[in-house]
Design a binder for this molecule. Structure first.
Ligand SMILES: [Zn+2]
Length: 450
């Protein structure tokens, strides 16, 4: 293993190519700030590249409730030889509006939130935020909204306490307790409705909402509004070698998977790309990987190929399949080095990261890939000249994390974790290396073609 920067081996032309690839990635990140928006982008790209919703097509995709996509591309070999499967997720940590979010206090209109996934709450105060989502009205009609992205649009913010007054209520507390979940309330407006005595600001806000979106207060009950950072993806570093953006976990892998799938033609094994939802909350729910959507999709594909599709046959195929759990990994942090074990950490700029196992101390909850399968992936990446590294998430007793690998391991297929290293992971502004993004794409393409 050469533990060195992957940039060392790249020519000037290659670097230009990587930078151009990442411009497209940044556009994707800016357009896909929620799982629903990611689905819209993925669908559009799949259609442009010959994927159809018809079961009999050679390239098929299906959408589950606007939040999850599975795409399939036929290979030269029969599905009986097994699929090459890559799973990435398109949900990201964020704040969701509560179902009764709006209230007025001290002349300000506020929105209550409930955070989604693993966030450090203090990172979400005092930054510009945008609202994205869908509202279903009482009559069943719905409206998609996105406010806070255009430079002429308003943004929203969660108030933080000035340092002059925060000594007792924040500074002397533990970092994790300084901002409580219930305090993540969004500043939404401050202008009162003329000639109104009670809750005049709230009433004016409701009037604005009604004029703009034809909604009433109760419509929030059947709404899914996500609050995400309002910033755009930006180059990071004076050399522009990195990207800072919200939601790179796991849209880094979702984007590179989408590109790899659409650039793969005439491959041996049939390929499946899964862009799943709800990974950040344990893959629960009917758009998460634990739902039956995947099996139903398989049933459809096999029907489309005029093949047997009974339960036993499908189980056998899945048992013979090979998979990558495509998810990001925490890169070695330059300022908090103590949480990592240097020899087994992954590093920014050293290529796509392969993790034999994830989980917590003692490999609890881990899907641990077999040496034989690791060897197979290793040979493949080396053969294709992909720049890669191995990485374990932090020191043994420091914490840990899991991915969807274990849910697909249940089918008996071989699966290994493979994805892009990130700095400031799970923060509103995660940082990746452009080189690692590109090598992630190359690794996925090599795998789909193998
Ligand atoms: Zn993830």
């Amino acid at each position: 293993m050469k533990n060195e920067s992957g940039w060392k081996n790249k020519s000037k032309e290659k670097i230009e190519h990587i930078f151009a690839f990442c411009e497209e990635y940044k556009t994707f990140l800016n357009r896909a700030k929620t799982e629903r928006e990611a689905v819209t982008c993925i669908k559009e790209y799949l259609i442009q590249h010959g994927f159809k919703e018809e079961t009999h097509a050679h390239k098929v995709f299906r959408i589950n409730r606007g939040k999850e996509v599975i795409a399939f591309s036929r290979g030269n070999l029969s599905p009986e030889e097994g699929f090459n499967i890559i799973v990435a997720h398109i949900d990201a940590p964020r704040l969701d509006l509560k179902q009764s979010p709006l209230y007025e206090d001290v002349g300000l209109a506020m929105l209550r939130t409930h955070y989604y996934g693993g966030i450090k709450k203090y990172q979400w105060v005092a930054i510009p935020l945008a609202l994205h989502g869908v509202i279903v009205r009482a009559d069943g009609t719905s409206i998609h909204i996105a406010v806070g992205e255009g430079s002429d649009e308003p943004v929203f913010v969660i108030d933080d306490l000035l340092p002059h007054l925060s000594r007792k209520v924040q500074d002397e507390k533990k970092l994790s307790e300084a901002i409580e979940g219930e305090k993540l309330t969004l500043l939404f407006g401050s202008m009162p409705l003329a000639d109104e005595e009670k809750e005049a600001v709230k009433k004016y806000i409701l009037q604005v909402l009604n004029e703009k979106y034809t909604i009433v207060e109760d419509d929030f009950i059947s709404a899914e509004i996500e609050i995400v950072p309002a910033f755009k993806a930006r180059d990071v570093g004076i050399d522009r070698s990195m990207i800072g953006a919200y939601g790179q976990d796991d849209r880094a892998c979702a984007f590179t998977l989408l590109k790899a799938l659409c650039d793969t033609n005439n491959q041996q094994h049939p390929c499946i790309a899964i862009f799943t939802d709800k990974e950040e909350v344990g893959s629960e729910g009917n758009t998460g990987l634990k739902s039956n959507f995947f099996q139903i999709f398989l049933y459809d594909i096999l029907t489309g190929m005029n093949m047997k599709n009974d339960e036993a046959f499908m189980r056998k195929i899945l048992f013979l399949s090979r998979a990558l759990s495509a998810d990001v990994n925490g890169a070695f942090n330059p300022t908090f080095q103590d949480v990592h074990e240097k020899q087994n950490a992954c590093y920014l700029g050293r290529g796509v990261c392969i993790s034999k196992f994830t989980g917590h101390g003692g490999k609890v909850g881990a899907s641990d890939a077999h040496a034989e399968y690791v060897g197979e992936i290793r040979r493949l990446l080396n053969k294709e000249g992909v720049i890669w590294q191995t990485g374990e998430l932090g020191k043994i007793d420091e914490g840990g994390g899991g991915t969807v690998a274990k849910f697909h391991a249940i089918y008996g297929m071989d699966i290994i974790d493979c994805g892009t290293p990130l700095l400031t992971m799970h923060s509103p502004f995660e940082v990746s290396s452009k080189l690692d993004i590109y090598e992630t794409y190359r690794a996925f393409k090599a795998f789909l073609n193998s």
